[in-house]
Design a protein around this ligand. Structure first.
Ligand code: FAD
Length: 473
């Protein structure tokens, strides 16, 4: 149930094992957080949710899906991401560690010391980080070193850097976590995202992220799987009898859907599950490219807008304390830089979100536009059309984004490992034959399909189909 990327990967793994698979999806089309549509004006194709896909390239769940055979083409900018500062300066990550280090002046040695070993070992670390978090890692030294060094906060990590540029890099990547930058584990995200940037780049899908879902749907259909859209499942009892039920929902929805069928202790554990801040997302149709002052920002897809480490830290602390910052940190993507066919000739699409308190109905459009204008004067004059989703609208659009939390649960220390609750197998629920495959299970949010792979494996093992159960790191 639920045709998001995790639900579809789970369905595909089960279908490959020879099971008959039916998928029920509430929306009128499959894809969940991985869809593309003309949200603003005709001819402007916007990613509704996910836009940038370093995890897709790195994920074991997609290794057996021949995306290119289904027409999925990735476009990877030479600069993975850039971060503008006032006065027209910017810092960016792309190419080799030594190239980025050389651009950081007095922080060159600190950057090389942190990232050279990480980039060297990233393929040993990733399987453990993208896995179920329950099995012994294949490369324990590399994985535990990564985990231990990432345990302290982003603020602690930023102390290694003396320049505004070096510290901004840490803040811009750490803020993806939606955690306060003083929180334990917020330092994992700069390490992971910068290592991914050097190893795989931060690609977008030509034509839009929806092509990933088209590929999954096409493979599933070829194996006899069926998808029924426009079918909101309200209660587990409403589903037809099945040997396994795999749910692409978060704990709150599962508790509602299960009713009395849910064992009380498991229900209590799930009700302690914490959701993180929400997002307010805006898409724009533009008459031309964003006129960033800094040239580096014009050459990449992803731009971290928010200024210095201190400004971003203050804004993220405000959000986590229930306030809406005046100068929000904005995650901005401009796919037309590498994929011009997203918009009519010469025109551009722009995608951005900022963090807001969970359940917020506040429209942050004006504050986000002011932030972009600050680093790209003249931006507002290019706007032809826009579409805004507040955090509450995000949940209306997809019930899995509870309160607008696009990661299906906060990335706290506890919930990074024990998602959704403390159990040996996080994908098995306490109800026989019922499994969770959403981003509320390890490894969490993102289009990587690993939650789907983990849930399908658990179901296949319980059905006695050990041979057909693919390994999960
Ligand atoms: C604004 C935004 C930006 C993002 N940016 C990125 C990015 O750049 N890169 C990245 O990797 N990730 C990004 N993400 C996160 C990514 O989209 C999600 O982590 C991912 O889609 C989770 O996949 P999923 O299958 O677990 O759930 P979802 O994609 O949320 O899919 C769940 C599906 O289940 C359906 N469903 C729920 N309840 C029911 C029900 N009761 N009955 C029937 N169907 C139901 C929903 O309609 C939905 O289709 C972003 C998300 C958002 C919202």
């Amino acid at each position: 149930m639920g045709a998001g990327p995790n639900g579809l990967v789970a369905a595909l793994v089960l279908a490959r094992a020879g099971l008959a698979v039916d998928v029920y999806e509430a929306s009128d089309e499959p894809g969940g957080g991985c869809r593309t549509a003309e949200l603003t004006l005709p001819g402007f194709h916007h990613d509704l949710c996910s836009a940038v896909h370093p995890l897709l390239v790195a994920s074991p769940a997609f290794r057996d899906v021949d995306l290119s055979a289904h027409g999925v083409r990735l476009s990877t900018p030479a600069i993975a991401f850039a971060h503008p500062l006032d006065d027209g300066r910017a810092v960016c990550v792309g190419g080799s560690v030594s190239e980025v280090a050389a651009s950081l002046g007095e922080d060159a040695r600190a950057y090389a010391r942190i990232f050279s070993p990480l980039v060297r070992d990233v393929d040993k670390i990733l399987p453990a980080f993208l896995g179920s978090m329950r099995s012994a890692p294949a490369h324990p030294l590399a994985a535990s070193g990564f985990a231990l060094r990432g345990l302290p906060s982003a603020r602690h990590m930023a102390r290694a850097f003396g320049t505004e540029e070096g510290r901004a890099l840490v803040a811009g990547t750490a803020a993806h976590s939606m955690l306060p930058l003083t929180a334990p584990l917020s330092g994992v995200f700069p390490r992971l995202f910068i290592a991914l940037a050097h190893r795989y780049g931060w690609p977008v899908v030509e034509g839009g992220s929806g092509a990933i879902v088209d590929a999954l749907v096409s493979e599933l259909s070829a194996r006899g799987g069926r998808i029924e859209t426009g079918h909101l499942v309200k209660r587990l009892d409403d589903l037809p009898p099945a040997r396994a039920v795999v749910l692409d929902v978060t704990p709150r929805q599962l508790v509602d859907m299960a009713g009395d069928a849910m064992p009380a202790a498991y229900g209590r554990a799930l009700s302690r599950y914490r959701y993180g801040p929400g997002v307010c997302k805006v898409d724009w149709a533009l008459s031309g490219p964003v006129p960033w002052r800094a040239e580096e920002c014009r050459q990449t897809v992803t731009v971290h807008v928010g200024g210095t480490f201190e400004e971003i830290a203050r804004g993220e602390a405000d959000v986590n304390a229930g306030h809406h910052p005046d100068r929000p940190y904005c995650l901005v993507t401009q796919p037309c830089v590498v994929d011009p066919r997203r918009a009519p000739e010469g025109r551009h699409t722009l995608w951005a979100y900022c963090h807001v308190p969970n359940g917020s109905a506040v429209d942050m459009t004006a504050r986000m536009e002011a932030q972009i204008e600050r680093f790209a004067p003249g931006f507002r004059d290019l706007i032809l059309g826009r579409s805004t989703f507040t955090a509450v609208a995000e949940e209306e659009h997809n019930p899995s984004y509870v309160g607008g939390d696009i990661n299906a649960g906060a990335a706290t220390l506890r919930q990074m490992v024990f998602r959704p609750t403390v159990r040996w197998n996080p994908y098995r629920t306490a109800m026989k034959g019922v499994y969770l495959c959403s981003a509320a299970t390890p490894p969490g949010g993102g289009v990587h399909g690993m939650c789907g792979l983990g849930a399908a494996r658990a179901a296949l093992l319980d059905l006695g189909e050990k041979e057909a159960a693919p390994p999960v790191p």
